[in-house]
Design a protein around this ligand. Structure first.
Ligand code: IMP
Length: 466
């Protein structure tokens, strides 16, 4: 894409992160930028992430391998960095899937220093998620427990599996730490060593590899996972994931410094946003009622079918203009296909929260990409969150940390005119005045620099704003 080159020109390292609670459509931009890059690297999270890529009309969802993997044939290197937590069984499953689809992965490199997720992490995940300060509603993949073991210095790294005796020794240490669990060392060793044999040719010191390739002038794309508001360091604690998906955490997770990143593009869903799992969401359509309604569907992949069956025959414009906010939120979920890529859960929907965005930008920087603006075609009026009212009736217009975005806050909104079908627009000037007004309102209010507006899943449905 010629237009995209105008943004990437002269840059060596570009990061794509999310400025909300994840699921903002990073995959499309990672794929677009992967064409430009020589190396695509992930640095945070694990298979709690779900990256959707549409290539030649087919949809691919990856959880662990970087999204540049489908470009392996072009000689790209795809790095799974040291900051990740890797479930080797899931990874092997993804490699099998690539084999089946006829894609190679010669350029895959897996950090020997990434921690591994083991069966006892998954076992603990469900138990702890419901016991913690609030019910988090994790993805149940053992992410938090693997990260906790890392911090407690009981983590096991991919490189520890190089030598079976060493792996057994490490597991014995863990057995002492998690003395209340029944850890079957023999079973774990048998299973994980089998997985390791399959991936071992790709395991190396990826931090060193990345630095040496950068010295040669290779272009690098850092692929974020989750979102800033889910950060363990900056997010809406305790309803967060266990890594730092900011540009800082991402750079660290591939062995770089934040200042090594020339450009960070923060993805922002607009004019609505979503959250999956529990936690405060002051601008949610239908508030607490929506949170409870979506929680009911946890682990229930049929929620989509149920909603489609119940509302599917109603025109989208009727639903998204419904006076009742809960129904309006369901209408947006259906129109935008907002069901989890990893768990199939219905995503909670709300208005784009500019207060939360300003906080995210204070860490990730001002350059942003707006996505899914086409999904609200036919909405008469859109709302953007410009503040909160707390339980004492006090107005809040700014937060200094994600944990300030707490339960009990109610959103305050600015109301702007909506728009019709914009999916065919290719230039910023093609957008209706109402859309560009809303984009420019967001820029004025937050200080953001909108670099692109996405008006559909297709690569060509991308508007570059100069
Ligand atoms: P965990 O990462 O599985 O520990 O889950 C912690 C919280 O982060 C839960 O609310 C999850 O729903 C949320 N979460 C984790 N990964 C993602 C993601 O990729 N997109 C959106 N939410 C996520």
């Amino acid at each position: 894409m010629e237009n995209l080159n105008s943004i990437l020109n002269g840059k060596q390292t570009v990061a794509i992160v999310c400025n909300q609670w994840g699921d903002t459509g990073k995959g499309k931009f990672v794929d677009l930028c992967a064409e430009w890059a020589d190396i695509v690297a992930r640095g945070t999270g694990g298979n709690n992430a779900g990256h959707t890529i549409i290539l030649n009309g087919k949809e691919y969802i990856f959880h662990l391998v970087p999204s540049g993997i489908l470009r392996d044939g072009e000689g790209k290197i795809n790095i799974m960095g040291s900051g990740m937590v890797d479930d080797l069984g899931v990874l092997v499953g993804e490699l099998d899937e690539l084999d089946e689809q006829g894609y190679g992965y010669n350029g895959l490199r897996i950090s020997e220093r990434a921690n591994v997720i083991l069966p006892y992490h998954k076992e603990l995940d469900g138990k702890h998620s419901s016991m913690q300060k609030g019910k988090i509603g994790t993805t149940g993949r053992g992410i938090g427990q693997a990260c906790a073991d890392k911090v407690a210095r009981f983590g096991i790294m991919v490189g520890d599996l190089k030598d079976k005796d060493n792996f057994v020794r490490q597991l014995k240490r863990v057995q002492g730490h998690h003395f209340y669990l029944d850890i079957d060392i023999d079973k774990i060793v048998e299973q994980e060593m089998k997985h390791y044999q399959r991936i071992k040719e790709f395991v190396c010191d990826t931090d060193a590899l990345l630095r040496s390739e950068m010295k040669k002038g290779k272009k690098v794309l850092l692929e974020g996972a989750q979102g800033l508001l889910l950060s363990i360091d900056y997010g809406t604690l305790p309803y967060v994931t266990s890594s730092d998906p900011s540009r800082i955490g991402l750079a660290k997770g591939v062995g770089l410094l934040p200042e090594d990143v020339d450009l960070t593009l923060g993805i922002v869903k607009f004019p609505f946003m979503t959250r999956v799992g529990n936690g405060p969401f002051p601008t949610e359509y239908g508030g607490k009622q929506s949170e409870e309604y979506c929680a009911e569907g946890e682990g229930n992949a049929n929620k989509r079918e149920t909603e489609e069956g119940k509302y599917g025959r109603m025109p989208s414009e009727t639903l998204i203009n419904f006076p009742d906010p809960l129904t309006k939120g369901i209408g947006i979920r259906l129109a935008a296909g907002e069901y989890g890529a990893t768990t199939g859960r219905p995503r909670r929907t709300g208005r784009t929260d500019l207060v939360a965005l300003k906080h995210a930008m204070s860490i990730n920087g001002p350059d942003i990409i707006l996505t899914k603006a086409d999904c609200v075609a036919g909405m008469d009026e859109i709302e953007l969150g410009t503040g909160y009212v707390d339980e004492q009736g006090k107005e809040v217009r700014e937060v200094s940390h994600g944990s300030d975005i707490a339960y009990g806050l109610k959103g305050l909104y600015v109301r702007l005119s909506g728009w019709g079908d914009i999916s065919g627009c290719r230039n910023y000037g093609d957008l209706p005045r109402s859309t560009s007004n809303a984009v420019e309102f967001l820029e004025g209010w937050t200080g953001a620099r909108v670099r692109m507006v996405s008006v559909g899943a297709g690569r060509e449905q991308t508007i570059v704003k100069q």
